[in-house]
Design a protein around this ligand. Structure first.
Ligand code: FAD
Length: 529
């Protein structure tokens, strides 16, 4: 084998790989990262795709989950902000706007009080219920966050802890509802229901998927406790800052370096081999931040794996609901008919009614393009004017179409019309989104997302469908949920592992597992909350 200058070799240069590498670097380990693209970032990439001077986040944009992650919040973020050029810009109070065809619309604020006031304009009872749910959550949030950012417990661990008292049993029952059932049971007003259901679908789960009632609880800490942020200059500033940290600590981040094979001998991973034939040895361990199908089925000699494990990798289910985005360069920011705080918000969720959401998903299930899609509209230049020339704005609209279209329909034939259909939804709620406001645009279909990043399997963003059979102790595979693979010295990171997709910097969890294995941190260091 070739160079052996590195303690740790990491395959993939997404933000999770880099977060893992950065944590290890801070503990004195020498890290090498090999990334296929000519840039780092994976799902956190910023590019001038619609028109020069207008910076759009092509994939992950809203940085919420990394701030919930204790190791990112307490260790990496301060280091990156102090020494490596990262600057987070925070939504001051207004987090999302939910425009509706009736009434004043709902704004979700960081402030619970202001959010309740906004909801109360539709229903005082729903506002009270919202607060009760928040208060309930507030009592268990530390445990919840720790569960989210630690290696998963056995499947029976949480139910067993909750089933011993009536309150716990009730909560367990609520978690097992679908998000639609949860919303219909807890809220009475049709527009409030829709706003909450829209939030619950944030983790890319469908409204009637069982046991997703908890997903609203997942969203609460993110917005009201930690708030919402974007890096100044674009999402990609996070991976770029992580890269600087790793290199500053003596590590190396290679781009244009596609991993062709994980080198295994005696059931132990020794290093990686790149497409150009370069072999890189790891003194202590290798991390794969690529999905298990790629790692084990394509990049490893099958003789090192048993057939049952390979079949389990084969069986990983990806979403059938992807993302289609239109990135616009605008003359001026969209002007919302609701006015007021709506025009301060950078992130709008336009969902229609619960029935509209259900209709959308029903069409996705039939592999049809939604007739009247719900959309997200992101105007990050409201919070970060550096992303466009002075006075101009960026806008990204997206929705969830099927990953594969039925009846032989080709994306190239329909994408323009479907992009326009999304724009029409925004036009209903704004006064100035005529063609004269649009300087340029670029459309990204699920096929484009997949071509950019093989982790976005057929355009789905989750790294494996979020169904009970693929969450917690089952993610990415039963027996291998602790970030260790069946091959010795090969650790795993990325959205296929718990807690799943998102800009969560979950690579810190893998790093912590490794540091414990190396004896560089102990269980006593776990008081990181
Ligand atoms: C359209 C879209 C919008 C999203 N919006 C949000 C959002 O607003 N907020 C949020 O929290 N999350 C969002 N997400 C999800 C989020 O972007 C991802 O979950 C996250 O980026 C995953 O990060 P990662 O570092 O684990 O993996 P990835 O970013 O997928 O990184 C994997 C890396 O490995 C590289 N690679 C692949 N194969 C090889 C190989 N053989 N050799 C070397 N390198 C290889 C890839 O090029 C890539 O850089 C969104 C996703 C999509 C698709």
């Amino acid at each position: 084998m070739g160079m052996s200058d590195y303690d740790i070799v990491i395959a993939g240069g997404g933000h999770n790989a880099l977060a893992c590498g950065a944590m290890l670097s801070l503990h004195g380990l020498k890290v090498l990262v090999a990334e296929r693209n000519a840039w780092v970032g994976g799902g956190a990439v910023t590019a001038e795709i619609a028109r020069p001077g207008f910076k759009h986040d092509l994939f992950g944009a809203s940085h919420v989950w990394c701030h919930v992650n204790p190791d990112f919040r307490n260790i990496l973020r301060p280091e990156l902000e102090k020494n490596y050029g990262l600057k987070y810009l925070w939504a001051e109070d207004e987090i999302t706007g939910h425009p509706f065809p009736e009434g004043p619309g709902i704004v979700i604020y960081k402030s619970v009080d202001k959010t309740c006031d906004s909801i109360a304009q539709y229903s005082a009872r729903d506002a009270r219920r919202y607060r009760e749910i928040f208060d309930d959550f507030d009592q268990i949030k530390d445990g919840f966050i720790k569960t989210f950012f630690s290696p998963p417990n056995p499947p029976s661990y949480h139910p067993a802890a909750m089933e011993n008292n009536p309150r716990g049993l009730r909560m367990l029952r609520n978690y097992n509802l679908s998000s639609r059932a949860f919303v219909e049971e807890n809220f009475e007003n049709k527009w409030v229901r829709s706003a909450i259901l829209g939030w619950s679908m944030g983790p890319h789960v469908k409204p009637d998927q069982e046991a997703m009632g908890a997903s609203f609880y997942i969203m609460i800490p993110a917005m009201h406790i930690f708030g919402q942020s974007i890096p100044q200059g674009g999402s990609m500033e996070l991976p770029k800052a992580l890269r600087r940290l790793i290199e500053d600590k003596g590590g190396k981040v290679m781009t244009g370096a596609t991993v062709k094979e994980f080198i295994v001998a005696d059931r132990e991973c020794k290093g990686i081999c790149l497409e150009d034939g370069t072999e890189i040895e790891a003194r202590r361990a290798v991390v794969t931040a690529l999905d298990p199908k790629q790692t084990f089925l394509r990049l490893m000699n099958p003789k090192h794996l048993d057939s049952q494990f390979m079949q389990a990798c084969e069986n990983i289910i990806f979403d059938d609901m992807g993302i289609c985005r239109v990135h616009f360069a605008l003359n001026e920011a969209p002007d919302f008919k609701h006015g007021g705080d709506f025009n301060k918000v950078a992130y709008h969720r336009i969902f229609g009614s619960v029935q509209d959401i259900v209709n959308h998903v029903a069409e996705v299930d039939q592999r049809k393009l939604p007739t009247d899609p719900f959309i997200h509209a992101l105007i990050w230049t409201k919070n970060d004017p550096t992303r466009a020339p002075a006075g101009k704005h960026t806008l990204t609209i997206d929705t969830y179409p099927p990953t594969e279209l039925g009846n032989g329909v080709k994306w190239d034939d329909v994408k323009e019309e479907f992009g326009r259909r999304q724009l029409e939804v925004l036009r209903r709620h704004t006064t100035n989104m005529g063609d004269d406001n649009i300087l340029d645009y670029a459309i990204h279909t699920p096929e484009d997302l997949y071509a950019h990043n093989r982790s976005f399997y057929k355009g789905a963003p989750t790294g494996g469908k979020r169904i009970i059979a693929q969450l917690g102790a089952f993610r990415p595979l039963p027996e291998y949920s602790q970030y260790k693979s069946p091959i010795k010295k090969l650790y795993m990171a990325g959205p296929s592992c718990h807690p799943g997709g998102g800009i969560s910097a979950m690579g810190t969890i893998t790093a912590r597992v490794m540091l414990k294995d190396f004896g560089l941190v102990s269980d006593d260091d776990e008081d990181f909350l």
